[in-house]
Design a protein around this ligand. Structure first.
Ligand SMILES: Nc1ncnc2c1ncn2[C@@H]1O[C@H](COP(=O)(O)OP(=O)(O)O)[C@@H](O)[C@H]1O
Ligand SMILES: Cc1ncc(COP(=O)(O)OP(=O)(O)O)c(N)n1
Length: 269
């Protein structure tokens, strides 16, 4: 059986985040990766040098081409950039009845470049949250989406409940932006909270962590795994990818998409 996943996201020329990170992650987890590119970015480990959204027609055609011939078992969305792209992507997801949809609310690149226009945030909340089988905000993204300040673990849980009330089925809040040497990622399924704790690895090479983590969840969902199983593998995948970084580029380097496979000698999970 060949499982297939589609990423609808921006291209990162530097290869560490966006479409490139998603496809590498799908591949490492033995899922056939497909893409619909929303925007091209000129980007490297030093930052984002240019953002070029694609015409709506080009985005729609890519989604149609994949949908009619290669129906995905799971879908991930990343950089959506503006209101028009959000509306289009949401309409097409509904048209094709895609359910296992992982929405990564990409807003700002680590270097500070906006990957979602501020005026598009309301449209994102309105159109994308109700389609999210899984939403994967980091702490600053969760703050923007819920209009609340998140400092403690209790705040994170309150924000997760709010996001669930806004239509998200499963909230996976990433803890990379929290304080201290321990990272806590949480999952809320509407009833219970689950926590994944790990050591914070002391490195500046974390470009693309969010994309890679959400892509790993998507790959596992494509294979029919439960949300708990999917987050569990994704957490191990990203931990290995940050622990054994590649040390390339002179800024914030990419994570290592080979590391999980090599460290766990996994086959198909
Ligand atoms: N320094 C680090 N050491 C280990 N894991 C990390 C580190 N930074 C981020 N992660 C993990 O990478 C994933 C993405 O985290 P986060 O930084 O919160 O999101 P984003 O990349 O979207 O800003 C999470 O699972 C988080 O726990
Ligand atoms: C094209 C593109 N999409 C998404 C991102 C953001 O990725 P993320 O995983 O959050 O990593 P950082 O930008 O925070 O390093 C991106 N940079 N480019």
């Amino acid at each position: 059986m060949v499982y297939k996943a589609l990423t609808i996201a921006g291209s990162d020329s530097g290869g560490g985040a966006g479409i490139q990170a998603d496809l590498k992650t799908f591949h490492q987890l033995h899922v056939f990766g497909m893409s619909a590119i929303t925007a091209v970015t000129a980007q490297n480990t030093l930052g984002v040098q240019g953002v070029y959204p694609l015409p709506l027609e080009a985005i729609e055609k890519q989604m149609d081409s994949v949908a009619v011939d290669l129906p995905p078992d799971a879908v991930k969305t990343g950089m959506l950039f503006n209101e028009e792209i959000i509306e289009l992507v949401a309409r097409k997801i509904k048209q094709y009845g895609w359910v296992r949809v992982v929405v990564d609310p990409v807003m700002i690149a680590k270097g500070g470049a906006p990957l979602l226009k501020e005026e598009a945030i309301e449209a994102f909340k309105r159109h994308m949250l109700p389609l999210a089988y899984v939403l994967t905000p980091n702490i600053p993204e969760a703050e923007v989406l819920t209009n609340m300040r998140i400092e403690t673990l209790e705040d994170r849980k309150e924000a997760a409940k709010k996001l669930h009330d806004m239509g998200v089925r499963h909230v996976v809040m990433k803890g990379g932006h929290g304080e201290g040497n321990e990272l806590v990622d949480i999952l809320y399924d509407g009833e219970q909270f689950y926590e994944w704790k790990s050591k914070r690895i002391d490195t500046k090479h974390t470009h693309g962590t969010g994309c890679t983590f959400a892509a790993a969840i998507t790959a596992q969902l494509a294979k029919g795994k439960t949300i708990y199983e999917a987050v569990d593998v994704a957490k191990r995948f990203i931990h290995a990818a940050v622990e054994q970084t590649l040390q390339i580029g002179s800024g914030h380097g990419p994570t290592n998409h080979w590391a999980f496979h090599e460290s766990e000698k996994c086959s198909h999970h």
